[in-house]
Design a protein around this ligand. Structure first.
Ligand SMILES: CSC[C@H]1O[C@H](OP(=O)(O)O)[C@H](O)[C@@H]1O
Length: 394
């Protein structure tokens, strides 16, 4: 029974659901300041490349709006606005290094600032332009996710000759919790309302197959150590009653040996010009095994994830090294858990353990990727080519 939408009756301008506590605890965190937005991204209370960019944009918009309402010092002149905006965007950009969407959003808002400033607008008008653009950053996600889901789903169905009951593996979480779902409730803004239909990127493709009666089974990896799969993808697929099977990260090879898998579909945090793709740690493993088993490997991500300034991903994509302690802990509930279970964090390693490698992402070379899907369409490599020409999908 899908739960009804858990909507927080809010009296504050901006809140997010704290994804560190899902699925056992649904807690909304109030984001009042740029610093709180930075901390929420850094600590992964909110995560997912597009969702990170949307929160940054909405927190930025709230800050600017409050400033103009309170006639803050930075609204005294266009130059004062510029100084404030550049400082805020530079700070937000430092929250997490790998996902390019955050950087794309800050560059987009900087472009709006420069255009408004250069056109001689007064301080308040520049601020209004910035707030409008920031809201667009947050609101564009849902429409483009639906477009990607259809492009990718139709491409895969075409690849399999109209076969029904496709089995698709995904890694990490790429549903509505990783993208932007902004709702206005009684005049306030909130991001992520549980129970809403999952769209997302790769999980959007899976949802599209389900909604068109073409999905057999959605497989997903637990995705340790944050457990985006066990905690978030499991919650989203259960909520929408999509047939799904969870596997441990180490089981991808066995799954491919013993079950018919029609595709692997994953999201992305940064795609280089040649198609090399940074995504959640474990994605490269799945890509190597998919190639070994001749399984199509599909990357689904919005255009804002493509970084054309990078020729390729070899050594050029910053890979976030998360705190070692995060690989020693598991967040969940005391077993047996039920709907009223309270949150628990358990250490699984000996106290004081040292020597821990904990990269949050890896890079999958373009040659292991079969298709890259954006809201503009599907790119595939030309026969014999090891890299992509992404010009048709950006
Ligand atoms: C819709 S893209 C989500 C993308 O972000 C995840 O990383 P994290 O949970 O650390 O933000 C993962 O790489 C997903 O593919």
């Amino acid at each position: 029974m899908a739960p009804t939408a858990l909507v927080s009756i809010l009296t504050d301008p901006l809140r997010i659901v704290n994804q560190l506590l899902l699925p056992h605890t649904t807690e909304y965190v109030q984001i009042d300041t740029i610093e709180q937005a930075h901390e929420a991204i850094r600590s992964m209370k909110i995560r997912g490349a597009p969702a990170i960019a949307s929160l940054a944009a909405l927190a930025f918009a709230a800050h600017i709006s409050r400033g103009t309402d309170a006639s803050a010092s930075f609204t005294s002149s266009p130059d004062a606005v510029r100084a404030e905006v550049e400082s805020i965007l530079a700070f937000l950009y430092t929250a997490r290094p790998t996902a390019v969407n955050l950087g794309a959003a800050t560059r987009r808002l900087t472009a709006t600032l420069n255009a408004s400033h250069a056109s001689g607008k007064d301080a308040r008008t520049i601020c209004e332009d910035l707030v409008a653009e920031a809201h667009k950053v947050a609101d564009e996600d849902v429409g483009r996710n639906k477009a990607m889901a259809k492009w990718g789903g139709d491409w895969l169905l075409g690849r399999h000759g109209g076969e029904n009951n496709l089995n698709v593996l995904t890694v990490c979480n790429t549903g509505s919790l990783a993208t932007s779902v902004r709702r206005i409730w009684q005049g306030t803004i909130y991001v992520h309302v549980l129970g809403l239909s999952v769209v997302g990127t790769a999980l959007g493709l899976i949802t599209y197959l389900h909604e068109t009666q073409k999905l057999g089974m959605a497989y997903y990896t637990q995705t340790a150590p944050y457990h985006q799969g066990s905690r978030l993808t499991a919650l989203e697929l259960q909520t929408l009653e999509i047939p799904s099977t969870m596997i441990c990260d180490t089981m991808v090879g066995s799954l491919f040996q013993h079950y018919k898998i029609h595709a692997v579909a994953v999201g992305a945090d940064r795609i280089a010009k040649n198609g090399d793709t940074a995504n959640k740690i474990g994605t490269y493993n799945a890509a190597v095994l998919a190639a070994r088993h001749n399984i199509p490997f599909i990357v689904v991500a919005p255009i804002s994830t493509v970084d054309l300034s990078l020729a390729d991903g070899s050594g050029r994509i910053p890979i976030e090294q998360r705190p070692p302690i995060e690989a020693c802990l598991v967040r969940g509930a005391i077993y047996p858990a039920d709907a009223n279970s309270s949150q628990a964090t358990v250490m699984i390693t000996p106290p004081g353990l040292t020597g821990i490698y904990n990269p949050s992402f890896d890079v999958t070379p373009a040659e292991l990727i079969t298709a890259i899907v954006t809201e503009k369409g599907v790119a595939t490599r030309q026969p014999g080519e090891l890299t992509f020409d992404l010009s048709t999908v950006v």
